[in-house]
Structure formats: structure tokens, C-alpha cells
Write a protein that binds this ligand. Structure first.
Ligand code: C2E
Ligand code: CA
Ligand code: CA
Length: 643
């Protein structure tokens, strides 16, 4: 009983269902009132002469007036979109109550009218009531509560009036109509069940759809928007800013040392770390823009309507909060972040163009102002243009003809004997003239020709080695791409084998940053080279911010201390640092080579702290092999003379 009452008063109706019911009723109920009005006018008309005026004019006028008023109200009601859930339920209740009241009015009036007129006229009333009730049930099929109320209120007085033992015809009509109404109600309830099921399926489908869309747009690890959503939002923001004449800033944030943390502590902790980074960034950009994770350890943000300065300030704030240590369970992890920012002031076009600009600024931040934000500038624009020119020239370069290898000696500190010569690439482009390796090596990596270039250079370097004394070794530089690319590693090994040169005369130099880029792949390559009998040197040591304990896991024979340490050798602090690094190498039993030695004073200091070898302009600049052979020859001749 209670459930029935709840159902009847729409207390238990589902919001989505109520909305759908209301939508359907908006189409049906006006028809219902139109039907009622037309039928009443017809009955009034046939009874005009038989019944008093108040019965055929005034009462029906009031009833039809109320009906038309409701009709207009229903027709004027706007869509369901603007109504709240509660308002819709309220209207459905009102529809049921008013429907019942109006029905009562009509039925009492019709039964009163049935007392007048001849048999034909009486029959008209009976038909009027029957047809109208059936019509109402049909129109109210999406609100069974109202249909039931209307049916009950109409049929009970109707039956009481017509079913009497004395009049077989009207009794039969009454019972017939009752039967038809009951069947109609049953059919209505059946079809309403179908309607409910349909709406439930639709609601569920919509919910799933929303869920899927959300999943497709969210980065699971951090809960931030993902790349797809972010770029879509950025395009929209761009259009908005353009229309309003505002500036928009696009920032790319890249974590420093994340890879090392991930490799050291494992992927699970790496994931936790990324989630924590996401939380911190979300706080920074909470009311200031939109932040997203683009993938890996790369995040990005946009801000609208801010000047470049404010955007850079915000980006620096992000770098700052990410430099604070992260406490993950028992483990404290310190990483950091650098950021590149580009604004619509400098770059027009698409979100993609802004991203490229920000990414370039980031690249500059990483090689210069690590841990801070760098703003994309016209200077960057010029550089990119010249890089494009170099890249284009590289793509069409005939490597064998245009590339050359210069050699620079590395000597023992103690007696200045030449131990090794380092092969350094030189490129003379027919279009651009000489281009330095600092510029073209990274571009060759980006252009996908590094594999070819490395093999060309190694081939040339190995040929040089044949012209040098037996005890002099060759050092050759491998790029980040080389040591993480299986094909290149295999090709390098086979080239060395085929050259017939003793592998012990070869040193492969890998930079610290290259090793950090993909630690596992780099370590595997290093072990492979080692197994062949080749020595491994860690180049540019001290620039990659890696921890010493981390490097001690690698199979390294020699360490080349970066030039920047030597330039610091002028002051006490710099000297202290240099001696600490040398002491560390000695303790690890690795040969220690100082790069960029330019004066006697530096060399004297290196001797005093026990550094093994050195390289630099003081000894010799890089030179073609013929010059080096001559240089070495004259040194040995000089030694013999002094001896
Ligand atoms: P690197 O391996 O650190 O090479 C040493 C760089 O320092 C060379 O620059 C060399 O000319 C320069 N240098 C040597 N002594 C001094 C000095 O006393 N003072 C100063 N200021 N500089 C000195 P270079 O030849 O321009 O090479 C730049 C970088 O390009 C190299 O740095 C290396 O990372 C890369 N590179 C050069 N050749 C190759 C190559 O064949 N393959 C790969 N993968 N990279 C190469
Ligand atoms: Ca080197
Ligand atoms: Ca170096």
C-alpha cells in the first residue's frame, strides 16, 4: 500500500524518468484538452434545446475555459532543459491533481446533462463519456498515475449512473466501457514499463558515455587533463584570447632527474612521484590557468590574459615547488623541474606552434638555466631558423665527402706522453661552410641520420689510428642515440671487429647526460663494448647532476672531468671541488682526465692533486691526422734530443 502511495504521488520517481515523462506529456496533454473541449462543445450543442442554458452554455463554458487555459499553459511551457528535477516532479503532481479535478467537473456535468433529452441525446452523452475517457487514457499513457486517477474518477460515477437492473442496454454499455477501460489501463501499464526500461537504458548509456569521455580525457596517474584534452582546451583558449585581444601563455614543464629517481627507486615509486608532482602543480595553477600531464615526465600549462612576465613568474613558482623534496613513504626524493614558456606575443598560429616554441625554450632552459623558466624570445626564433637550415643541409649532405675527423691528443700529466687521441667530427657544408659538432650532432640525432653519421666517422677515425704509433689509443665519441640504439651498437661492434685493430686501443666516450637518458639501455651497451675489450670513458663528468653512487654502478674505466671544473680552478672553492672529484675517481680506480686545460698553472695544480691525464689547448688543438702525425713526430724527436 505504501509503495503504491509513493508511486501514485510520484515520491519514488527517478529524476531522468520524470524528465522524459514530462517531455512526452508536453506533446500529448494539449491534445487531451483539445479533445475534451471539442467533445464538450459537441454535447452541449446537441442538448442546447433540451437542457437549461446554464447546463449547455455556462457550465461547459467554464469547463472548456479551464481546459483551454491548461492547453495554452502546456503549449507555452518551454523545454524540460531549464527546469530542475524537483520542479518537474512538482508539475507532474499538479498535472495528476488538476487532471483529476477537471475530470470530476466534466463527469458530474455530463451525468447531469444525461437527465435531459430523448434517447438519441442520452446515447450521445454515454458515447461522449466513453470516448473521452478512452481518449484521456491514451493521452496520459506517459503518466499512468494521472491516467488511473482520471479513469477511477470518471468510471465510478458513470457506472453508478448507468448500471441499473431496469435498463439492460445502458447496463451493457456501462459494463462494456468498464471492460475496455480496464484493458486500456493494462495495455498502458505494459507500454509504460517498456518506456521506463528504455529511459533507464538511455540514462545508463549516457552515464557510461560521460565516464568514457572523462577517462579518455584524464591522465590516470595524476588525475590531470591529458594531452588530448589539453590541446583541445588550448585551441579554444587561443580562439578566446584572440577574440578578446588577450595574451595567452603556453608552458612546458619537464622534470629534472626524474629518470634517475625512477631507475633507482623503481617504477611504482616513479608513478607515486608523478602523482605527487601533479598534486603540487594543480595547487599552483588552481586559479591561474590549466595544467595537464602530456606524458612521461612532461607537464604543460596555459594561462589566459596574463603578461609574459606574470606567466614566467608562475612557471618559476612551479619549478620552485617541484624542487622541494618529495616524501614518499620512507623515501625522500629530490628532483627539480625546468620550464619553457611561449606567449602569443612572439608566436602566432596554433597551440601546436606555441608548444613547439615553449619546448624550444625548455631545451634552452635545460642547457642553461636549469631549474628555472625560460621565455621564448626572438633570439630563439633566429636560432630555430638557422637550425632548420643546418638540418636541411644535413639531410642532403654526402657524409663521406663532407665529414672529416680531427684529432686532439690527451697526455699523461706526469711526463706529458701522448696516451690517446680523441676523434672530433668536423663538417664543411657546401651551402653553409664549416659547422661545429656541438650544433650538428644534436640535429643529426633529431633528423634521424645519427646511425649513418657515427659509422662514417668511426670508419674514418679507425683509418687515422693506423697512422699512429702502436701505443697511442683512439677515443671516439658516441651520442645518446648511439648507445641506446641496438642497431648502432651492433654495427659499431662489427666495424671495430672488421678493422682488425686491437679493441684495447679504443676508448668509447659517453656523456653523462646520454647515459642518464636511458640508463638501462646505456648500461647494456657499455657492458657489450667492455666484453669486446674496448674501454669506456664517461665524458663531460659533472654536468649531468647525477649522483656519484649512481654512476658507480656503471662499468666505467675513465672519467673526463668537464671543462667547467677547470675554469673554476682559479679560486679556492673550485680547487677544492676539483680535488674532491679526482680523489673520488682514484678511490673508484678509474683513470681521471681533465678536459680544457689551457695554461701551465692549471696543469701544475692537476699534477699536485694526482690527476692522471689532461687534454686542452695547452697541449694541442684538434687537428687533421697528417698534422697530428707530424706533431707527435716532432715531439718524439724533441724528447730524443733532450734525452
Ligand atoms: P667533447 O667530447 O667534450 O670534446 C671536447 C671539446 O672541447 C671539443 O670541441 C674540443 O675542440 C674542445 N676543447 C678541447 N680543448 C679545449 C680547451 O682547452 N679549451 C676549450 N675552450 N675547448 C677545448 P668540439 O670539437 O667543438 O666538439 C664539441 C662536442 O661535440 C664534443 O665535446 C662532443 O660532445 C661532440 N662531438 C664531437 N665529435 C663527435 C663525434 O664524432 N661524435 C659524437 N657523438 N659527438 C661528437
Ligand atoms: Ca669527448
Ligand atoms: Ca667532454
Amino acid at each position: 500500500m505504501r509503495t503504491f502511495l509513493d508511486w501514485l504521488t510520484l515520491r519514488s520517481v527517478e529524476p531522468a524518468l520524470a524528465r522524459a515523462q514530462f517531455g512526452e506529456l508536453q506533446r500529448q496533454v494539449p491534445l487531451l484538452y483539445a479533445l475534451l473541449s471539442v467533445n464538450s462543445v459537441a454535447v452541449s450543442y446537441t442538448h442546447y434545446d433540451a437542457a437549461p442554458d446554464w447546463m449547455t452554455v455556462w457550465v461547459p463554458a467554464v469547463l472548456v475555459g479551464v481546459s483551454l487555459l491548461r492547453l495554452v499553459q502546456w503549449m507555452r511551457g518551454s523545454g524540460t532543459g531549464s527546469l530542475s528535477e524537483a520542479a518537474i516532479v512538482r508539475r507532474l503532481r499538479l498535472t495528476t491533481a488538476l487532471g483529476a479535478a477537471i475530470t470530476l467537473g466534466y463527469i458530474l456535468w455530463a451525468l447531469a446533462l444525461a437527465r435531459y433529452g430523448d434517447d438519441h441525446q442520452k446515447a450521445h452523452v454515454a458515447i461522449f463519456i466513453a470516448i473521452t475517457v478512452i481518449g484521456c487514457i491514451s493521452c496520459l499513457m506517459h503518466l499512468p498515475q494521472a491516467a488511473l486517477a482520471v479513469t477511477a474518477i470518471a468510471t465510478v460515477p458513470y457506472l453508478a449512473f448507468y448500471v441499473s437492473p431496469g435498463d439492460a442496454v445502458y447496463t451493457a454499455i456501462g459494463l462494456n466501457i468498464l471492460l475496455v477501460t480496464l484493458v486500456m489501463i493494462r495495455a498502458l501499464l505494459n507500454s509504460f514499463e517498456g518506456f521506463v526500461a528504455l529511459i533507464r537504458t538511455q540514462t545508463e548509456t549516457e552515464r557510461l558515455n560521460r565516464e568514457i569521455t572523462k577517462l579518455a580525457h584524464t591522465d590516470m596517474l595524476t588525475g590531470l587533463p591529458n594531452r588530448r584534452l589539453f590541446f583541445a582546451e588550448a585551441e579554444e583558449a587561443l580562439a578566446r584570447c584572440r577574440a578578446l585581444g588577450w595574451d595567452m601563455a603556453f608552458g612546458v614543464i619537464d622534470l629534472d632527474r626524474f629518470k634517475a629517481a625512477n631507475d633507482t627507486f623503481g617504477h611504482l615509486l616513479g608513478d607515486e612521484l608523478l602523482a605527487a608532482v601533479g598534486t603540487r602543480l594543480a595547487t599552483v595553477f588552481q586559479n591561474n590557468g590549466l595544467v595537464a600531464r602530456l606524458g612521461g615526465d612532461e607537464f604543460a600549462f596555459i594561462t589566459e590574459g596574463r603578461h609574459a612576465k606574470a606567466a614566467v613568474k608562475l612557471a618559476n613558482q612551479a619549478c620552485h615547488v617541484l624542487a622541494e623534496p618529495f616524501q614518499l613513504g620512507e623515501i625522500a626524493v629530490s628532483i627539480g623541474a625546468s620550464c619553457g614558456v611561449a606567449t602569443t606575443r612572439e608566436i602566432g598560429g596554433s597551440a601546436r606552434a606555441l608548444y613547439d616554441g615553449a619546448d624550444y625554450a625548455l631545451y634552452k632552459a635545460k642547457s642553461g638555466a636549469r631549474g628555472f623558466a625560460t621565455l621564448y624570445s626572438p633570439e630563439h626564433e633566429r636560432r630555430i631558423r638557422s637550425e632548420h637550415a643546418v638540418e636541411a643541409a644535413l639531410q642532403t649532405a654526402r657524409l663521406d665527402a663532407e665529414m672529416e675527423v680531427y684529432l686532439q691528443p690527451i697526455a699523461r700529466v706526469r711526463d706529458q706522453a701522448t696516451l690517446t687521441v680523441e676523434a672530433l667530427a668536423r663538417w664543411t657544408s657546401p651551402q653553409l661552410g664549416p659547422v661545429g659538432p656541438d650544433l650538428f650532432i644534436p640535429l643529426a640525432e633529431r633528423a634521424g641520420i645519427m646511425h649513418r653519421l657515427t659509422l662514417t666517422l668511426l670508419g674514418k677515425a679507425l683509418l687515422c689510428l693506423e697512422r699512429l704509433p702502436e701505443e697511442v689509443r683512439l677515443a671516439f665519441n658516441l651520442s645518446a642515440h648511439d648507445i641506446t640504439c641496438r642497431d648502432t651498437v651492433v654495427a659499431v661492434v662489427s666495424l671495430i671487429r672488421r678493422s682488425g685493430i686491437a679493441p684495447s686501443r679504443l676508448v668509447l666516450e659517453l656523456t653523462e647526460t646520454a647515459v642518464l637518458r636511458d640508463f638501462e639501455a646505456a648500461e647494456a651497451s657499455m657492458r657489450l663494448f667492455r666484453a669486446l675489450g674496448v674501454k669506456i670513458a664517461l665524458d663531460d663528468f659533472g654536468t649531468g647532476q647525477s649522483s656519484l653512487s649512481y654512476l658507480s654502478r656503471l662499468p666505467i674505466d675513465e672519467v673526463k672531468i668537464d671543462r667547467s671544473f677547470l675554469s673554476g680552478a682559479g679560486d679556492a672553492k673550485g680547487r677544492e671541488l676539483l680535488s674532491a672529484v679526482v680523489a673520488f675517481c682514484r678511490s673508484m680506480r678509474m683513470t681521471c682526465i681533465a678536459e680544457g686545460v689551457e695554461d701551465e698553472e692549471q696543469l701544475g695544480f692537476l699534477a699536485s692533486i694526482g690527476c692522471d691525464a689532461f687534454q686542452g689547448y695547452l697541449l694541442a688543438r684538434p687537428m687533421p691526422v697528417a698534422d697530428l702525425v707530424a706533431w707527435e713526430g716532432s715531439r718524439r724527436a724533441g724528447e730524443r734530443r733532450t734525452a
